[in-house]
Design a protein around this ligand. Structure first.
Ligand code: PEP
Ligand code: MG
Length: 326
């Protein structure tokens, strides 16, 4: 309800001093696309494709996925819809995919690891559907890969994308290779942001997982909730490293974890150089409004001071506007 109090901003926004910042939506169900349009989103920064696979007996086939991706992208004729490939394992099991019992599912075969291993056939089907939808949709379609930890994983995933595109060419099926991106959710990916960013158009920081892995504090365990927070210096510096290395490599850098939707963090995130905020549909108007009030130059100074802070408490005091002035 909170987000509804703010008027919908039905246009792209910029900071008070003119830096364009995209505000797009996270989509986790069919109705979310409509909600995102209603709330004035510029596009979709995270289409959690898991929802197409959940609450059913078997996975959706290529045609069903093609329709879903084409429809979502067509809802934003002037924008972009970023579809994340299937991210199961960890907190997101799928009953009909046989997965071995793991003692540490969050450190096990999840996300891209499944897609390059036991779910390789499903992965190819999804990539085929995405390539076909990319050719036929009104808006732009992009694909991104979850839980990447190594350059080899990304290269193998990109190889699969190009292999299915070649198959489609051989079959005479209309298609286009969508723009590609990587989620930055593991400390390794944050550290390798430059190498990853050279191989794709964009990076998207998933602060939900990145925070739990950087802090070694579960996103689901209330007993460590204080540690599981993106304003800890260890997380902020990982974000900073990702943005700087990503930009140096020529990649756009988005954020699609929950931190992106916290209006209190918006000045800090703008100051760190985040190009695109992907937030829950109800939050879009509030984040757009907040960004329009931010002065990017001031935000950069705030970010510099936050990066120098040694504790979460010091970062929080800066955010509340009562950090010590130097
Ligand atoms: C994240 O990890 O920040 C993210 C956006 O992905 P999910 O919450 O779906 O794991
Ligand atoms: Mg995640």
């Amino acid at each position: 309800a909170g987000g509804d109090e703010v008027a919908v901003v039905d246009r792209p926004v910029a900071t008070a001093d003119g830096r364009h910042v995209e505000v797009v939506a996270n989509v986790g169900g069919a109705a979310d696309v409509d909600r995102a349009v209603e709330r004035g989103s510029d596009g979709v920064g995270l289409f959690r494709s898991e929802f197409l696979f959940q609450n059913r007996e078997e996975p959706p086939d290529e045609d069903e996925q093609y329709e879903a991706y084409r429809e979502a992208a067509s809802a934003f004729p002037d924008g972009r819809v970023v579809v994340r490939t299937l991210d199961v394992g960890g907190d997101k099991p799928l009953p009909y995919l046989d997965a071995p019992e793991e003692t540490d599912p969050f450190l096990g075969v999840r996300g891209i690891r499944r897609s390059l291993g036991p779910d390789a056939a499903l992965f190819d089907t999804q990539l085929r559907a995405l390539c076909r939808a990319a050719a036929d949709a009104d808006g732009d379609l992009a694909v991104m890969f979850p839980m990447v930890a190594t350059v080899e994983e990304l290269e193998t995933a990109l190889d699969r994308l190009h292999a299915v595109a070649e198959d489609l060419t051989d079959e005479g099926v209309e298609h286009a290779v969508p723009e590609t991106g990587v989620m930055i959710e593991t400390p390794s990916a944050a550290t390798l942001a430059g190498e990853l960013g050279q191989r794709v158009s964009f990076l998207s920081i998933g602060t939900n997982d990145l925070t739990q892995y950087v802090m070694a504090a579960s996103r689901e365990n209330a007993a460590v909730a204080e540690l599981n927070h993106p304003t800890h210096p260890g997380v902020l510096r990982s974000v900073e490293r990702t943005v700087t290395a990503g930009h140096d490599a020529g990649a756009r850098v988005a954020m699609c974890g929950e931190a992106a939707g916290d209006p209190r963090l918006a000045p800090l995130l703008v100051g760190l150089g985040i190009d695109e905020f992907s937030v829950s549909p109800p939050t879009v108007p509030r984040v757009k409004t907040r960004i329009e009030s931010v002065d990017a130059a001031t935000a950069e100074r705030l970010a510099e001071r936050a990066l120098a802070a040694e504790t979460r408490g010091a970062v929080e005091r800066l955010l509340d506007g009562d950090g010590d002035e130097e």
